[in-house]
Ligand binder design. Sequence first.
Ligand code: F6R
Length: 243
Amino acid sequence: MNIRIFNSQEDLNEAAADLIGGLVLRNPSAVLGLATGGTPVGIYASLVRRCAAGIVRFRDVTTFNLDEYVGLPKNHPESYFSYMRKHLFDAVDARPERCHLPDGSAADIAAECARYDGLLAQAGRIDLQLLGIGHNGHIGFNEPDHALLSGTHVVELKPSTREANARFFDSPEQVPTHAITMGIGSILKAQSILLVARGADKAEIMQRALYGPITTDCPASLLQTHADLHVYVDTAAGRLLNV
Ligand code: F6R
């Protein structure tokens, strides 16, 4: 496990963009696993700047997002599809047909999960998976439970997750109750994983995830079993980590 603690948000963003951009430079047709939420916004902004400066190109990159809300139309401003277009896809030279997200508005959600797993299988392997972490230890939207699923599936979001994400909506009731998420098996199959966290409110869960027991009660704790895990945190989120 490679843990790095950064004094500033900018340094964290640049280091994460170095890791992702460096991979794409070495392998222009890399397969990236991408996350949404507040944490990656500055990382995507750095990648956009690098692309505008001609340092990195996304033309041949394939991407898979971790998750999408169920029931939001794709073009809803808070869908993860809209988020990705705004923060990355529309601002770089990525090809839309290579940028995959689960479709939360699909009429047949079970078929949509199977379709997404089919696409992942076709891609072979994710080279680098970017992850944020929920306050309860969720990764993607794999919420704490007595069992976790390997493949893409529907989850009911925990009240605390809906509460945390209410900041993006006009009112808490508007946060969807369910999401489609890539499963833990697909996440752990990635060749490399970059877990990013910022802020004092993530310090305790980061300690539990990295040093606590490996348990489905804290899905991120399964990352301890991964052979190439990189953890980038700011000083506040890394307060309880030993480096
Ligand atoms: C988002 C995702 C979630 C978030 C997590 C942290 O695609 O899969 O696991 O990474 O909820 O969200 P933020 O970054 O908003 O604290």
